[in-house]
Design a protein around this ligand. Structure first.
Ligand code: SF4
Length: 61
């Protein structure tokens, strides 16, 4: 599974709170996802972060 964040991110921080292993707020104030595969034990929370992102900026696949 890979996670990506697109340019719609508004930097609310929800994804980092839900799944800090995968998402973090960068110095630019928007979220970035780790570039490697999502660790297996973080897949559920990464999916939850994607589902809950207010602007649907996260893709996990
Ligand atoms: S939840 Fe969505 S809008 Fe909020 S920081 Fe994460 S990617 Fe950005």
């Amino acid at each position: 599974m890979k996670a990506t964040v697109n340019e719609d991110c508004i930097g609310c921080g929800l994804c980092e709170g839900t799944c800090p292993d995968v998402f973090s707020i960068s110095d630019d104030g928007v979220a970035v996802a780790i570039e490697e595969d999502v660790p297996e034990d973080a897949e559920d929370s990464a999916q939850e972060a994607a589902d809950n992102c207010p602007v649907s900026a996260i893709t996990v696949e």
